[in-house]
Design a binder for this molecule. Structure first.
Ligand SMILES: [Zn+2]
Length: 142
């Protein structure tokens, strides 16, 4: 596995990161500012992109101590699907390994679910299926 780049959660990636990853990662990274009260990400967490001969791009989160998770990620998926996929991988990691329920669904105890709607993806309520916020716009959630 060869590391291509590491960059801040809501910062611009280096130039050698395929352009298709830029906006989806920035949007998910922006939404990671909105963790439930009292929950924190591991110190120094950042995006990590690497590649492996047979599987293509591997995208995930890591710290200077090593990767937290990494998943094969196809940058040529439609943008809404790519954004929702990245959000889902981050959410799965936070739920399963950091015990963080992110992002909180307003008025409910479950986290919102990412869905590949539109060109950017949306956060939906898991119970009603109602779209609540575009991925990257969690601050605008009432
Ligand atoms: Zn809900």
């Amino acid at each position: 596995m060869r590391t291509i780049a590491v960059w801040p959660l809501d910062g611009p990636p280096p130039e050698n990161v395929p352009a298709e990853f830029h906006a989806p990662c920035a949007r998910v990274g922006r939404d990671l500012r909105h963790l439930p009260a009292g929950d924190r990400l591991p110190a120094g967490v950042r995006w990590e992109l690497s590649e492996e001969g047979y599987s293509g791009f591997l995208l995930g989160l890591g710290t200077a101590r090593g990767p937290l998770f990494t998943r094969e990620t196809d940058p040529y998926l439609p943008p809404g699907l790519l954004t929702a996929y990245i959000a889902e991988q981050v959410q799965d990691h936070l739920t399963g390994y950091e015990f963080v329920q992110w992002p909180a669904c307003p008025g409910h105890t479950h986290p919102m679910a990412p869905a590949p709607a539109g060109t950017r993806g949306w956060w939906h309520c898991r119970r009603s299926g109602r779209p609540l916020a575009r991925i990257g716009d969690l601050a605008a959630t009432p």
